[in-house]
Design a binder for this molecule. Structure first.
Ligand SMILES: [Ca+2]
Ligand SMILES: [Ca+2]
Length: 326
């Protein structure tokens, strides 16, 4: 398992509990995982009536098989102390977290400077980005849910950052031999001597398709350095990157090709059709979704609201696209 896969595993583990409420099967599962792991921190068995945010983070680390590297706790401030002892505590509120880091909040934080007050709440970052997404147990109403959080946002106290690279290595991961199947080629940069026919043959497509996708007026004229999209999603991404709305066209074209995000391809295609300039990103993915609905780009807001935290940076993409159509 690679570092990336391990971080994803931790995010997937806690996200599987989203929607749990106090007394639900998911809540009882979290407690069973935590209480079943020995030794119990401070010898305490967590009860169904207890606040369970730190318990949820611990249960995630236990189920993902990394608890010996992170420690376990049912109290937030005690968890911070363990992280400090293990050398995996990041005090800076302004740190840009990665998937799998735990975000600690202090509700007394006034948002100015670096807060060092006692931690009140904790969750796990399940999507990096601006904002990033934190999945948390014991949110208001006692549920497991997701929170979009700005980098250095108010109430951030600090972060617990397990050394995933080292843990993955110890667990037998080898980042140098990671399978390359996850990356899909979605564009081709023209080099001297290329023709559309050659490119089409190389990627198993046709000249007609490439002409259509790329809006090429004369198929006999392509120039070195020109980027030829191999899929319509890639063409959409190249256009969105050209107007400055997204920074990583290859990443999003690959994401669309992977099929992991159900409606990503139509979202990118429609956005590329309508967006002509960049704008100020919306504050939250929810605001982005609302703006995209208003602009007629999406008609499946429920899907995006429920799933923006399930794929890395998807929330940030919705903020960027939403901001561009506002
Ligand atoms: Ca701090
Ligand atoms: Ca702060």
């Amino acid at each position: 398992m690679t570092e990336k896969e391990l971080r994803q595993k931790v995010a997937d583990t806690i996200n599987a509990w989203v929607g749990g409420t106090k007394g639900s099967a998911k809540h009882l599962d979290i407690l069973a995982v935590y209480n079943g792991h020995k030794p119990l921190a401070r010898g305490y068995t967590v009860k169904t009536t207890d606040a369970y945010c730190a318990t949820t983070v611990s249960a995630t680390f236990i189920r993902a098989g990394i608890a010996e590297y992170t420690g376990t706790e049912c109290g937030v401030e005690c968890f911070v102390k363990i992280a400090q002892q293990k050398g995996i505590w990041v005090e800076s509120d302004a740190y840009t977290p990665k998937m799998g880091d735990a975000c600690v909040y202090d509700w007394d934080d006034n948002g100015v400077g670096d807060d060092t007050g006692a931690g009140d709440h904790i969750g796990i970052v399940t999507a990096a980005g601006k904002p990033f997404t934190v999945t948390e147990g014991n949110m208001s109403g006692g549920k497991v849910g997701k929170r979009p959080m700005a980098v250095n946002g108010k109430y951030i106290r600090g972060f617990i950052c397990p050394d995933y690279a080292a843990i993955a290595k110890k667990l037998g991961g080898d980042t140098t031999t990671a399978p390359q199947t996850a990356t899909t080629t979605t564009s081709h940069t023209v080099v001297a001597g290329d023709t559309l026919a050659k490119i089409a043959a190389k990627y198993g497509t046709t000249v007609d398709t490439l002409v259509k996708i790329n809006g090429i007026t004369n198929p006999n004229v392509i120039h070195a350095g020109q980027v030829i999209a191999l899929t319509s999603a890639a063409a959409a991404c190249i256009k969105l990157a050209t107007v400055g709305v997204i920074n990583s066209p290859d990443y999003w074209a690959g994401a669309a090709a992977s099929g992991k995000v159900k409606y990503l391809e139509p979202l990118l295609a429609k956005a590329a059709e309508k967006i002509t300039k960049t704008g100020t990103r919306t504050a939250t993915p929810e605001d982005g979704v609302a703006a995209l609905v208003a602009a007629g780009i999406i008609n499946t807001p429920d899907y995006w609201l429920a799933n923006h935290g399930t794929f890395p940076s998807l929330g940030a993409l919705l903020c960027a696209l939403g901001g561009a159509v506002k």
